[in-house]
Design a binder for this molecule. Structure first.
Ligand SMILES: [Zn+2]
Length: 378
């Protein structure tokens, strides 16, 4: 697979296509088509689009941005929608369908814009309910029926409420839970490097520390890549691995870098964009807890939790969080990351955050108060 990379200064037919997509979506005003150039206006439009869609605003049209740009053109009713095994349909029309079904009380799982088997089941269930042939295809008559009914679930995010309920039913004890730990880099992929450190070593070591603690509490843990493994799975492959393992939670470990050595601090990311109803409530809660526990136990700057539509977050069915633990390019953060005691404290913070996901709020002890020891025995 070749990787796309279009940016400021590029020219050619692909740029003409990108310009026309951005214009269709209202991000660019290409009334008088000029030369097919990726100019400042296109750069601005791409950044704006990325921002709105929960992508990192780089101004570069890479594979992900191109895919999201392409999927954004579909409106519900434009085409027939159904579950296609091996090649699922994706687009804004699927998001609209999922949101609509969800509002009407049908369980589509996460509103992720991908027409998977669960969306198909929910659609058939809807069709049976309204007396249409239950063929799992959203065509003109189904589209019309979808528009006629008033929502029975209001107040936003019914999918999220169901996810919260499922979590509550899973019980508050850790034993029996399945957690996937994703060291973001490893093998020949060393990630960011600076100050004599590399990202892969830090996240592999941190993953081992978290794995040890979780295993001690009876949690089944899986790593997306083993220590010393040369494999470099893509984000989608890692998501599939986590889905297949039946995980309850996924935590992806990274360290950030920045050209400006002053940039520092810890941030967490969960699935979602600025589109209402897309954010994973459980993911948001989990990210908030990880962020809170790390900030409470270390002196890292608090760069907060943010929604993103990165592939790993988008394709995972469980609550998934990516943590960017400090900036390897910052003197202070790098010194912290190099210290095994610091990594121990972070591992503890993450394990406590995992436990807190399952604690009913009344039993939620003050941030930073819960210790690994309490979890192992309690
Ligand atoms: Zn990374």
């Amino acid at each position: 697979m070749t990787s796309l990379r279009y940016q400021l200064g590029d020219t050619g037919p692909a740029i003409a296509e990108i310009r026309s997509k951005l214009t269709q979506l209202g991000f660019l005003d290409d009334t008088a088509p000029g030369p097919h150039t990726f100019d400042e206006d296109v750069d601005q439009a791409v950044r704006q689009f990325q921002q709105e869609r929960g992508l990192t605003a780089t101004g570069v049209v890479d594979d992900t941005t191109y895919r999201v740009l392409d999927e954004a053109r579909w409106r519900l009713g434009d085409r027939l929608l159904s579950y296609v095994v091996g090649n699922p349909q994706a687009g804004d029309d699927v998001i609209a369908l999922q949101r609509r079904l969800s509002e009407l009380g049908f369980d589509v799982g996460r509103v992720d814009g991908v027409f998977g088997p669960r969306t198909g089941d929910a659609l058939r269930e809807f069709q049976r309910n309204v007396g249409l042939p239950a063929d799992g295809t959203c065509g003109p008559s189904t589209f019309k029926s979808l528009g006629r009914l008033a929502p029975i679930v209001t107040g936003g995010r019914p999918e999220s409420l169901r996810a919260v309920e499922a979590l509550r039913q899973a019980g508050k004890r850790l034993p029996g839970k399945v957690v996937v730990i994703d060291p973001g880099h490893g093998g020949s992929d060393r990630g960011h490097r600076a100050h004599g450190l590399d990202e892969a070593s830090v996240v592999e070591d941190l993953a081992a520390r978290i794995e040890g603690r979780l295993t001690a509490t009876g949690v089944q843990t899986y790593l997306t890549r083993g220590p010393g493994s040369e494999a470099s799975p893509t984000e989608s492959e890692r998501a599939t691995f986590a889905n297949d393992s039946g995980a309850n939670l996924l935590i992806s470990l990274h360290v950030d870098s920045h050209p400006n050595a002053d940039a520092s601090g810890v941030a967490t990311y969960f699935y979602g964009s600025r589109e209402p109803g897309t954010a994973s409530a459980i993911g948001e809660q989990f990210a908030g807890l990880v962020q809170r526990e790390i900030v409470a136990r270390t002196d890292l700057v608090d760069c907060r939790a943010h929604p993103k539509t990165w592939d790993l977050l988008r394709h995972t069915k469980m609550a998934a969080v990516r943590v960017e633990l400090g900036y390897i390019t910052n003197d202070g953060d790098a010194a912290r990351l190099a210290d095994p005691d610091f990594r121990d404290v972070v591992a503890e913070a993450i394990v406590v955050a995992i436990q807190r996901v399952y604690l009913p709020s009344g039993e939620d002890a003050a941030t930073g108060a819960l210790r690994f020891h309490d979890l192992a025995t309690g």
